[in-house]
Structure formats: C-alpha cells, structure tokens
Unconditional design. Structure first.
Length: 187
C-alpha cells in the first residue's frame, strides 16, 4: 500500500492510524455513546495528535474543537455537553466525520458511511463529506452501493464485484458518465 510516496504496507497499525481517518457504516461505531460530544471530540483530537488522551485539553484546544464542529452548521457546537448517544444517526455521523478529520488525515476511509441513515440525513452527511474533503484536499476512499453517490464525490470511480475490478474511470470519461450508463453496462 503506497500513500503519498511512502510504502505503508508493513507499517504498524498504530502508526498508520495517525494519518488515516475512517468512518464506519454504523453511526453507533466510532464514538463512545456514554461520553459527551465534547469528550468524544477531545479523545479523537488527542489520538490524532499523538497526545495522551488522559491529558486535560487546553482552552485553546477546546475552542478549536468547538469551532471545527460549528463549520457543520448543525448547531452541534451548542451540544458539546450532550451525550453523543442521544444524537440522531445523522448528527452522530456528522460528529464522526469531524472526529475523523480534526487533524487533516492523508487518507479518509468512508465505509458506506451514509447507508444506515435516512435519506435526508444521508444527503446532509454526503454534502458535509464533500465540503470537508474538498476544502482540505483529503484523499478519500469511499465504499458504497449507491451509484449516484459514487459519481457525486471524488474524481475516480472503480466498480468491483467479488473482489474483481469491473471498471475504473476517471477524467473526462468519468465526468460524462451517468448512473444510467453504468447500470446499462452491468444489467
């Protein structure tokens, strides 16, 4: 596995984790439901900056986390003391997205991160993902069964079936392709 120009294939997992963000399909994963929004963000921040998660964050760090959360425009910065388990699936996934990108990862893994959400929340989280990935120039790998979403995000689409690559499109070809075009090739 090459990331940037570095072979990370045999790098210990804990070292790779410092520059890889990830979001799971299940909004219940990736967060601690009995901790507050703020506590979850602090743990994610401390982990991604290789600081001791038991250390008390500075006021500056807490303000940074609040400001980062406010960029979502969901009012979650006012819920820093709310247990994260009380948030909706969409709100929780949005917080997870912030947690995964607090310290700009070199790679963001999105494992069907909107599949378990209602259509409105899925659309909102998809838009937030596009915004954060684009603004921070983050390389992302998104796994999805939603062909429309796969064409809305990113610059390259790879379609696979049973571990085999069926199609790999990018550039002008990808810009021209539609959901119907892709469906017609595989139906």
């Amino acid at each position: 596995i090459i990331l940037g120009k570095k072979d990370i294939t045999y790098m210990p997992e804990h070292k790779r984790a410092s520059f890889i963000g990830r979001i799971f399909q299940d909004p219940m994963k990736g967060t601690a439901p009995n901790l507050t929004v703020g506590e979850n963000l602090i743990i994610a921040y401390m982990r991604s900056t290789n600081k001791n998660i038991m250390a008390v964050p500075s006021k500056k760090e807490k303000n940074y986390l609040r400001e980062h959360l406010s960029t979502l425009n969901l009012g979650l910065e006012d819920r820093m003391n709310t247990k994260i388990g009380l948030l909706s699936g969409g709100q929780r996934q949005a917080v997870t997205l912030v947690m995964a990108t607090l310290v700009k990862p070199r790679l963001l893994l999105l494992d069907e991160h909107t599949a378990a959400l209602d259509p409105s929340s899925a659309k909102s989280v998809t838009e937030l993902t596009k915004k954060i990935v684009s603004e921070n120039n983050i390389t992302s790998l998104m796994i999805t069964h939603n062909i429309s979403s796969s064409l809305e995000m990113g610059t390259r689409t790879i379609m696979m079936d049973s571990g085999k690559i069926l199609m790999d499109i990018s550039g002008e070809e990808r810009q021209r392709v539609t959901v119907q075009t892709l469906l017609s090739k595989f139906s």
